[in-house]
Write a protein that binds this ligand. Structure first.
Ligand code: NAD
Length: 300
């Protein structure tokens, strides 16, 4: 079997186009421009790339982008003051503080200082609680994007066995909640899981969010399963030249694609969906802030 490739890049482009359409309508009908503020502390190269890309795509969607780049030694208090100012700014509907934050900053404290209604990353403890209890929440972008790809591929997920590898607050845990809400039987595997291969072999849906290059092997995959590879790992690529690197996922793509029914590539799978969902969440936050109905179909 050769797996179908799930084209997250094309899917995300479609979501972004639909967001842009709604933004145009919001501006024309109500004179409102959704605004996203992104806060970056320090100079982590990967974070800089993400923030640049987020800013570019925010503007392309017709939204206002506010970037706040702070030095790595910014005191926690100063960061909290900035978040407070953004909470009060009526032009800002979504706030994203790029993680990881430097060690001297308490990331939980900063995230929980964001007004829950502007928490477009869905990391505030209120949104985590709302999601966990099946209430209307801001849903974290990467798991939301992964769910959209799964629904598009499989239709109803009800009754399917899903294994999520990884239990981070950013990906693994919210992913498990979303799959549970869609009536999957969910197993969350992690670094202490015994016989991971055996656990994964039972899954109709595998979501890998580990951060270990090409860890999940094709022989672990149940034939026909749908594999969502969230991992983004930079590894040396001597074949491309000295010092060159390439991106790989947490799944060994070649062997998994031989067994799976469908698989997301890296790059071009889940990655583009994350920013598309961020834009959709910002639009939703903006609509809610202005007492307007948020478009449901964008993240259905
Ligand atoms: P994390 O380091 O916070 O969590 C990794 C999880 O993997 C942990 O829960 C740990 O228990 C588990 N784990 C580690 N080693 C394991 C092993 N040998 N067997 C089973 N489980 C193991 O990472 P994260 O923030 O959740 O990110 C995971 C991956 O997803 C990374 O590669 C990251 O770059 C990527 N990511 C991608 C996007 C995107 O937009 N596509 C967004 C966020 C994260």
């Amino acid at each position: 079997m050769t797996a179908d490739v799930i084209d997250g890049k094309a899917f995300a482009a479609d979501v972004r186009a639909r967001v842009a359409e709604q933004v145009t309508r919001l501006k024309a009908d109500h004179g409102i421009t959704p605004g996203l503020a992104v806060v970056l502390v320090g100079e982590d190269p990967a974070s800089q790339v993400y923030v640049r890309s987020k800013g570019k795509q925010t503007i392309e969607a017709g939204m206002a982008s506010f970037e706040h780049k702070l030095p790595a030694d910014t005191p926690e208090g100063e960061l909290l003051e900035l978040v407070e100012a953004l909470n009060k700014d009526p032009q800002v509907h979504g706030i994203l503080v790029q993680l990881p934050l430097p060690d001297h900053v308490d990331a939980d404290k900063v995230i929980n200082a964001i007004a829950p209604a502007k928490d477009v990353d869905g990391f505030h403890v209120s949104n985590v609680g709302l999601l966990g209890t099946g209430q209307k929440a801001m849903v974290p972008c990467t798991p939301l994007g992964s769910l959209m790809l799964l629904r598009d591929r499989l239709g109803s997920l009800s009754g399917l066995n899903a294994v999520v590898i990884g239990r981070s607050n950013i990906v693994g845990k919210p992913m498990a909640q979303l799959l549970l809400q869609d009536s999957c039987t969910v197993t969350v595997a992690h670094s202490r899981t015994r016989d991971l291969a055996d656990v994964v072999r039972r899954a109709d849906i595998v979501v890998a969010a580990v951060g270990r290059p090409e860890m999940v092997k094709g022989e672990w995959i149940k034939p026909g399963a749908t594999v969502i590879d969230v991992g983004i790992n930079r590894v040396p690529a001597p074949d491309k030249g000295e010092g060159k690197t390439r991106l790989v996922g947490d799944c060994d793509y070649a062997s998994c694609a031989e067994v799976a029914g469908a698989i997301t590539p890296v790059p071009g799978g889940v990655g583009p969906m994350t920013i598309a969902c961020l834009l959709a969440n910002t639009l939703t936050a903006c609509c809610r802030a202005n007492g307007l109905e948020a478009p449901q179909d964008l993240t259905a």
